[in-house]
Design a protein around this ligand. Structure first.
Ligand SMILES: [Ca+2]
Length: 434
């Protein structure tokens, strides 16, 4: 009798695991490029006004301790797409536009966020910046996206769509295509069409914005990168700070268009919207008082703004202090969509943070980029860079001024050992997959 009962419970459990959610939610993942911790008003900016993002934060959740996996573009995107440390995919550095540097990219052996969702019956679209490889086999439509409009470089002229070495870089799926328009507006136009076409089925919409990455150009500026014309990578506008502000505000306005479309299509109550940045700001932006900028592994290089919105599911006005990394989105989104997979990820499911106002278990996380290393466990951060070695307690010292390395040797050694273990694991993985 008892055996029968256990068997019955087991069958019920298996049925509940294998049945997809009846009405799986749409996912919209919006990522800014080089936006700093203090660059939007709900994270403290007085200079830049972002009413749409502020509303999303007030109706949803705001993360105070959210981090990009990389302090530059490509590594963060590799981690976002795979749910793992970018080191596993071998994409620890930037893929540059220079000829001869265009050989790297996201290998087809890597299973991406888009591939998981496509398999689960989602329509998948990416509109904007890819930055995970130039070669045909690296293109997003060969990595699980049904549709791609955008560019594959780190940045393009917002008007002429030419990359850092002046080559035209605008694509529809695997073909180059001519398109007129300011990048931020243009990728939103495509995103809205994608939403319209797929309103009847669940969709994953990835919208990686260019703003506020250089070249610093507003909507009414002229193209700087044109054939046969010498140009400066950062653009020709003298008032770059003002251009930067315009770029973020135009992005905010366009996120507003996405939100209005959700309402118009009547799917706003079944859509999770996530917004984050891919690394910290340069010195033109505002990292909210955090030390360092993009590229560095000081907090200013990777602690970035993030918000999420899902009406009726995420409690309005939630503020989370959990340490979250961008590699956590993949396992989290699979869980939100009710998709069961066997695969293991470095990232963790943060659904409890989103929907139940819980903090996730404190864990140790790592960063490594160009002779800089970080091990972070709870509030403790060990940092090694060219200038030296540091230990900070971020709870009391988020601006990293008070080096506790010598006064807490035990903690320093613990974090250094964890870092060594992590590096060994990354190396082991590399040897297995090479
Ligand atoms: Ca970036």
């Amino acid at each position: 009798m008892k055996t029968n009962f256990i068997f019955f419970i087991l069958i019920l459990f298996l049925i509940s695991c294998s049945t997809p959610k009846e009405n799986p939610p749409n996912i919209i993942l919006i990522m800014a490029d080089d936006l700093g911790y203090g660059d939007i008003s709900c994270f403290g900016s007085d200079f830049i006004q972002t009413p749409v993002l502020d509303k999303l934060a007030s109706e949803g959740i705001r993360f105070t301790d959210y981090h990009s996996n990389g302090s530059v573009c490509t590594p963060t995107r590799a981690a976002l797409m795979t749910g793992n440390y970018q080191q596993r995919a071998g994409l620890e550095g930037v893929i540059y536009a220079a000829m001869g540097k265009r050989i790297y990219g996201l290998a087809s052996s890597e299973k991406t966020l888009a591939e998981y969702f496509k398999e689960a019956g989602y329509a998948t679209g990416i509109f904007g910046k890819w930055h995970l490889g130039y070669k045909p086999e690296f293109k997003p439509t060969l990595h699980g996206f049904d549709e791609f409009y955008g560019y594959v470089s780190g940045n393009v002229d917002f008007i002429s769509h030419r990359d850092g070495i002046g080559l035209y870089d605008w694509w529809h799926n695997t073909d180059t295509c001519y398109d007129e328009g300011y990048v931020t507006d243009l990728i939103t136009d495509y995103a809205l069409k994608f939403m319209e076409r797929n309103k009847e089925k669940p969709f994953l919409l990835y919208l990686p914005h260019e703003a506020p990455h250089y070249p610093y150009q507003g909507r009414n500026d002229k193209a700087d990168r044109l054939p046969g014309v010498k140009f400066h990578a950062h653009g020709s506008r003298p008032d770059k700070k003002q251009a930067y502000k315009e770029m973020v505000e135009i992005m905010d306005e366009n996120i507003g268009r996405v939100m209005m479309k959700l309402t118009e299509l009547g799917i706003d109550d079944n859509t999770l919207v996530i917004f984050c940045s891919d690394n910290g700001a340069t010195n033109l932006g505002d990292n909210g008082g955090l030390r360092g900028y993009k590229i560095s592994l000081w907090e200013g290089g990777h602690r970035v703004p993030a918000v999420a919105w899902f009406p009726g599911k995420i409690k309005a006005g939630t503020v989370s202090n959990s340490t979250v990394l961008c590699m956590d989105w993949l396992p989290t989104l699979l869980s939100v969509a009710g998709v069961q997979v066997e695969d293991k990820f470095d990232g963790v499911d943060i659904s409890a943070v989103l929907f139940r106002q819980k903090e996730i278990e404190k864990r140790t996380v790592f960063w490594r980029y160009r002779n800089q290393w970080v091990a972070r466990k709870g509030d403790w951060k060990y940092l090694k860079n060219k200038e030296g070695e540091y230990l900070f307690n971020l709870k009391d010292d988020v601006v990293e001024q008070n080096n506790l390395l010598d006064s807490n040797v035990e903690k320093t050694n613990e974090l250094k050992e964890l870092l060594r273990e992590w590096e060994r694991e990354m190396e082991r993985y590399k040897q297995q997959t090479d």
